[in-house]
Design a protein around this ligand. Structure first.
Ligand code: AMP
Ligand code: DBH
Length: 548
């Protein structure tokens, strides 16, 4: 078996890789193989549904092979990296399977990303192409793609998914013109990297996560088993589908693995999603806690759509408060499943037959018996059973290093290759994990992770800001809100919240990263060695400091 060769990819140690293969965890298939097999077995079953499309497995397979052939004509090649920034619509599935077929690597960007994120992502990936929609929710993604191309020399081609009546602007291609007669392409091997997922960068430089067909398919397969999917499953992609959770836990790939259907909702609000659940007969979907709260409240208030097809509602991405967790099942008539995962690998689930106390109060346990987890103190020593500490992990679908990023690896991986999740957890006697929060500096705003240092770097560019520290403050709805502690450059010019938000927005930063409060102070508290103490700043907030 040849090892993957993408430079910048950190493979598993040979002995572990050998074990994962011989135990058939890594089963030797690519995503293209899976789709081909499903299309052969059940060509007429529905694979993908959205408000405008209804594709069978045969159609999806044909479309993706056809687009792969067209992309090859554009000289997009095996191993090339291609930014994909699409909303939840059927074409997302066609595009990523076309890239899988070709062996080009989708780089999974979110619709909310803007130039401040996309440019460094495109540079770090040395992307050659970008596939996006022309517009979505009145935002001009084609123009955004052009602005990224202007900054990134490697980025050659822009391809657009267009709506009825739209035309590609000069310099961009309409993907409809690249749906060629399919030809047989060489394609990737199962040990090859399939795509690049994103993790936030603590220094503002995004971290790219390379996952192989073998390792990711194992996680998808195991997730589908745990979530009890079958060919009658209709999975609704409610969260932005490029995110690891709706992609793979078990997500759209899990639904396709079992020969079920993937449905797409263009937005996650009850007003849009509830009627689609009824229309498509959705059986399972996944939400972040703030959305779960919104859905629960809507259902408790009395609903209009029939949600009786919905059997499982997954909640993850951030801690789901017990109070909310208790309400979800009764309100929506579903089995709640908590999901604690990360794009780097490890995913924990509560099981569908777990006692209610486990489902409501824990974030579940690893999906695989081959996942190894340990809870360690800040010196790396294991804590006493049941005590809180830093979660570290290794296993058959957890990366051994970020893509081409030795500095991040030095921080995020132990010397023997375990991933430091950055999460503080405890493990209960029954094996279930309870997540207490992040050890690091991330603010988790309703499931959207914001790097404190990244945002600080933006604030520091403001002429009135001498120094800035971002901390999360507890929020009953979002989990956390973003509080900016700011030292003014001139005590007479105190930056206001409005000014700071406007400034950050104009720097091209995603809307979810806007500070919710600004607290102007003349000095930051310091730790023993003179570093700014975020912990003390959080205490200051708790003690009553408030912003404007
Ligand atoms: P990311 O690095 O963007 O893939 O986000 C993964 C992180 O999200 C985890 O390391 C946790 O900090 C957080 N997270 C995900 N799911 C949960 C959950 N169910 N409860 C608490 N935190 C979660
Ligand atoms: O937050 C996450 O990144 C996440 C949550 C649930 C994830 O990657 C996953 C499940 O796979």
């Amino acid at each position: 078996m040849t090892e993957p060769v993408l430079p910048g990819f950190t493979p598993w140690p040979a002995d572990l890789a050998q074990r994962y293969r011989s135990q058939n965890l890594w089963a030797g298939a690519t995503f293209g193989d899976v789709l081909a097999a499903r299309a052969a077995a059940a060509p007429d079953r529905i694979a993908v549904l959205d408000t405008d499309n209804r594709w069978t497995y045969a159609e999806l397979h044909h479309r993706s092979r056809s687009l792969a052939t067209g992309l090859a004509r554009l000289e997009i090649k095996q191993g090339d990296r291609v930014l994909v920034q699409l909303p939840n619509r059927a074409e997302f599935v066609e595009v990523i399977f076309a890239l899988f077929e070709l062996g080009a690597l989708p780089v999974f960007c979110l619709p909310a990303h803007r130039a401040a994120e996309l440019v460094p992502i495109a540079r770090a990936a040395a992307a050659t192409a970008m596939i996006t929609s022309a517009t979505h929710q009145r935002f001009d993604y084609a123009a955004l793609a052009e602005s990224v191309r202007a900054e990134v020399p490697s980025l050659r081609e822009i391809l657009l998914v267009l709506d009825e009546g739209q035309k590609a602007p000069d310099g961009a291609n309409d993907i409809a013109e690249f749906r060629d007669e399919p030809t047989d392409l060489t394609g990737p091997k199962s040990g090859d990297v399939a795509f690049l997922q994103l993790s936030g960068g603590s220094t503002g430089i995004p971290k790219l996560i390379a996952r192989t067909h073998d390792d990711y398919l194992y996680s998808v397969r195991r997730s589908a088993e745990i979530c009890e999917l079958d060919s009658d499953t209709v999975y609704l992609a409610t969260l932005p589908v490029a995110h690891n959770f709706p992609m793979s836990s078990p997500g759209i790939l899990g639904a396709l693995w079992v020969g079920g259907a993937v449905a797409m909702t263009p937005d996650p609000t009850p007003a849009t999603a509830f009627p689609l659940i009824e229309q498509f007969g959705v059986t399972i979907t996944g939400l972040v806690p703030p959305l779960a709260r919104l859905w629960t409240e809507r259902a408790e208030a009395g609903r209009t759509s029939d949600l009786s097809s919905l059997r499982v509602l997954q909640v993850g991405g951030a801690r789901c408060q017990d109070e909310l967790a208790r309400r979800i099942g009764p309100a929506l008539g579903v089995t709640l499943q908590q999901v604690f995962g990360m794009a780097e690998g490890l995913v924990c689930y509560t099981r569908l037959d777990d006692p209610i106390d486990v489902v409501v109060s824990t974030q579940g346990r690893p999906m695989s018996e081959f996942d190894q987890i340990a809870v360690v103190d800040d010196n790396g020593a294991e804590v006493a059973p049941g005590a809180q500490g830093n979660l570290i992990t290794q296993g058959p679908y957890t990366i051994r290093g970020y893509y081409d990023n030795p500095e991040a690896d030095a921080r995020s991986f132990t010397a023997d290759g375990w991933y430091r999740t950055g999460d503080i957890v405890s493990v209960r006697p029954d094996g279930n994990l309870v997540v207490a929060g992040r050890a690091g500096d991330w603010v988790n705003r309703g499931g959207e992770k914001v790097s404190a240092e990244e945002l600080e770097a933006h604030l520091l560019e403001h002429p009135d800001v001498r120094d800035a520290v971002i901390v999360g403050t507890p929020d009953p709805i979002l989990g956390q809100r973003i509080c900016a502690f700011v030292q003014p450059a001139d005590p007479a010019q105190r930056p206001t919240l409005t000014a700071v938000r406007k400034f950050v927005r104009e720097r091209g930063v995603a809307a979810w990263k806007m500070p919710d409060a600004v607290v102007v102070v003349d000095q930051f508290p310091e730790t023993g060695v003179g570093k700014t103490s975020r912990k003390e700043l959080r205490k200051l907030l708790a003690d009553g400091a408030h912003g404007n």
